[in-house]
Design a protein around this ligand. Structure first.
Ligand SMILES: Cc1ncc(COP(=O)(O)O)c(C=O)c1O
Length: 329
């Protein structure tokens, strides 16, 4: 199993600090999530129904034909099993589950940066990117992605675009083109909506591919309560608009707080900031001893900071970063 952010229990054990005292900035999950309505009784005791309107709601919301899946992670693991041995290019760095899933399914995988990926697309059967990218917040312009898709689709290849972090910055999304063969878009309710525990996401793709994927994942994969919660979140346009504005403000504020303490980010999305730093590990350790968990990427010499939620969390981050700065000096 790969390591991910958000494991407060492990941090609590490692640093000997009770879980309740931690400020978790180690993920890109919105700390002010969509407020779920109480789940109706029937959602618990009836089998989930494909005809409950969720797929239609998601298709209208994202602008492409959508299949509900139990988190985009489920699709990341299932997609490689829908192809015979293929040459796969995965953007690097990116969410590590992509390369692992393709390798485990027996494909030949190369991990390349965006430039090298573009240069090698004609020798690939499948290209996988995240846009905006996790962890370095890189963006590949929509026009460029559509061009890669055309090159791959002409040879029955696939372009997979993981748009888990696209909700707050939809300008570069290619979701509206996902009805075309060879373009597969992944969306998640875990990040912008803050519903990571719901385990609900979507695959946008042409009919045949959605059908094959649905068959592979099997019936009732998204639970009744998750489908109920997902419908509520997708239908609430007013909450989404407010959240987009708030995240834009908070993201700017986080970049400023970091920069004020000598940790100016190289890039950021609405939900996290990317901070290369020559003493990244030391900074992460000092923060952890103060019960603030951030994500450290040792191979990249960088830190990823998620958003604080409550005002007290912002103050605590600011004060602790001031102490880190003194320490580093
Ligand atoms: C880029 C990216 N894609 C997909 C996922 C999986 O998210 P989920 O399965 O909750 O939709 C993550 C989780 O961290 C992620 O960072």
């Amino acid at each position: 199993m790969l390591e991910h952010g958000g494991d407060i229990a492990a941090a609590a054990r490692r640093y000997g600090i009770p879980a309740a005292q931690w400020l978790d900035l180690s993920t890109g999950i919105n700390p002010q999530p969509y407020p779920m309505s109480p789940v109706p009784e029937s959602a618990w005791h009836r089998l989930p129904a494909d005809g409950d309107g969720l797929a239609d709601l998601a298709s209208a919301h994202y602008g492409g034909p959508a299949l509900p899946v139990p988190g985009s992670q489920a699709a990341i693991q299932a997609l490689p099993r829908l192809r015979t041995a293929s040459r796969v290019l995965v953007l690097s760095p990116t969410y590590a589950e992509h390369a692992q899933a393709w390798r485990r399914a027996g494909h030949t995988v190369r991990e390349l940066d965006a430039e090298a990926l573009e240069a090698n697309t004609d020798e690939a059967d499948v290209v996988v990117v995240s846009n905006p990218n996790n962890p370095d917040a890189g963006i590949i312009p929509r026009r460029r992605l559509l061009c890669w898709h055309a090159r791959l689709a002409s040879r029955r290849g696939w372009l997979i675009v993981d748009e888990a972090f696209a909700d707050a910055q939809p300008e570069q999304s290619v979701a509206d083109r996902a009805d075309q063969p060879g373009l597969i878009v992944l969306r998640s309710l875990g990040k912008f909506f803050g519903l990571a525990g719901l385990r609900a996401g979507f695959v946008l793709a042409e009919d045949r591919l959605r059908e094959s994927l649905a068959e592979m994942i099997g019936p009732w994969a998204v639970s009744g309560p998750a489908r109920f919660g997902a419908r509520g979140a997708l239908a609430d346009g007013a909450w989404q608009a407010r959240t987009r504005e708030r995240l834009a403000r908070d993201s700017k504020r986080l970049a400023e707080v970091l920069a004020n303490h000598g940790l100016g980010p190289a890039a950021g999305t609405a939900l996290f900031q990317w901070v290369p730093h020559e003493r990244a590990q030391h900074v992460a350790e000092v923060l952890a001893h103060q019960a603030i968990l951030v994500r450290h990427f040792p191979a990249l010499g960088a830190l990823r900071f998620g958003l604080p939620g409550e005002e007290t969390a912002w103050r605590r981050l600011d004060e602790t970063l001031a102490a880190v700065r003194r320490e580093l000096a």
